[in-house]
Design a protein around this ligand. Structure first.
Ligand SMILES: [Zn+2]
Ligand SMILES: [Zn+2]
Length: 359
């Protein structure tokens, strides 16, 4: 069984992580537990070993349960036995019937076990309030979009990211020109002094962050970066309890060129800053050599909301740690028409009065 629910030690209800309290709470008997208390009760190492074994069986399991749509996979809820339908990247979800949180431990094992997790610090209530405040500035948004029913559909999702840190040796080689002109009598003189400039230095680039899930929301999730990685915790599956989570479907190799270009750009900027004032720079050549690197796999918290408009689906994302929001808001044609009438009608009236005065 690759599905797991953290159950309350007092009443067996499903435990959820409470972002405001940074504790695990049982919504049935209202007990609260710290991470240390939970660790004492659930042997995470044993769970991980079990998860590794599950992951090995996963392929076979997926094959057996593949439906018409190859991306939909089914598991059984450990609390009520009902079927839980997930797609290929789901790592944590809820049972549709008993609403207990479930963690698909097999999806978080072996090479897919994250090193870090940035826990949610903005709880649902706070996230809803921030979203309502943000939407209230968008005057033409449809009324049902701002409605409670729609806002309540917002989900807390952990998205997979690669965190790359590198120690780099950077070299810059360029030709710098200083130009001086002056006039003496009828002649303009130009003096061009040419320097060969060389710079070399050690640079530490920390926490280059790459979204490792290629799904519809990718661009939006990228737009709510950055996260404060310094506040990340060593990964524990328990943090996912009560949220959705996704596993990566992109590997670090696919970001190789992007990361190289990024480190080159940072290195060049930093070395250029040390050059001092020259009038012109020519033939700038930059090289980077990676001396040491650390790659980590982390889950990051994002509140997401989708809204089905007439012609397309709108996506919203809010950073679950900083509250940064991104998304495009649908426009209500009804509200647009009312606004048009409010503006156009007085102008029409003024034109009529002017017309009346003239003729
Ligand atoms: Zn309980
Ligand atoms: Zn269930």
């Amino acid at each position: 069984m690759a599905v797991f629910t953290y159950k309350c030690p007092n009443c067996d209800g499903g435990l959820e992580f409470d972002a405001a309290k940074q504790k695990f709470v049982c919504e049935y008997c209202l007990s609260e537990f710290t991470m240390e208390e939970l660790k004492a009760h659930f042997n995470e190492e044993e769970l991980s070993a079990q998860a590794e074994a599950d992951a090995k069986q996963e392929r076979e399991h997926e094959h057996v349960h593949d439906g018409d749509d190859g991306d939909m996979l089914m598991y059984n809820c450990p609390s009520c036995g009902a079927e839980i339908v997930t797609d290929a990247t789901t790592a944590a979800s809820f049972c549709y019937y008993c609403h207990n949180p479930v963690v698909l431990s097999g999806r978080l094992a072996g090479e897919f076990r994250p090193d870090l997790v940035v826990p949610f610090t903005i709880e649902r209530e706070e996230a809803e309030k921030r979203l309502i405040d943000w939407i209230s500035t968008k005057k033409l948004a449809p009324s049902d979009f701002c409605g409670k029913e729609n806002i309540e559909k917002m989900s807390g999702v952990y998205f997979p990211f690669f965190i790359v840190s590198q120690k780099i040796n950077g070299h810059l080689n360029a030709e710098a020109h200083n130009v001086r002109t002056w006039i003496s009598g009828d002649t303009e003189h130009t003096e061009r002094t040419i320097y060969r400039v060389l710079r070399e230095g050690g640079i530490v680039l920390k926490n280059i962050t790459k979204n490792a899930l290629n799904k519809e929301e990718k661009i939006l999730v990228d737009n709510v970066l950055p996260f404060d990685i310094n506040r990340a915790k060593p990964f524990s599956m328990a943090y996912l309890s009560g949220f959705f989570a996704e596993k990566r479907n992109l590997e670090l190799d696919s970001f190789k060129e992007e990361i190289k270009a990024e480190t080159m750009r940072y290195t060049e900027d930093l070395l250029r800053d040390t050059l001092g004032n020259y009038d012109e720079l020519h033939a700038v050549h930059v090289e980077t050599h990676v001396k040491a690197k650390k790659n980590q796999y982390s889950l990051m918290p994002v509140w997401v909301l989708t809204y089905k408009g007439k012609d397309k689906i709108y996506y919203y994302a809010m950073n679950g740690q900083t509250g940064r929001i991104c998304g495009d808001v649908p426009i209500s044609m009804k509200k647009l028409l009312i606004r048009f009438i409010c503006v156009a009608a007085p102008i029409f009236a003024v034109l009529c009065i002017l017309g009346g005065l003239l003729f």
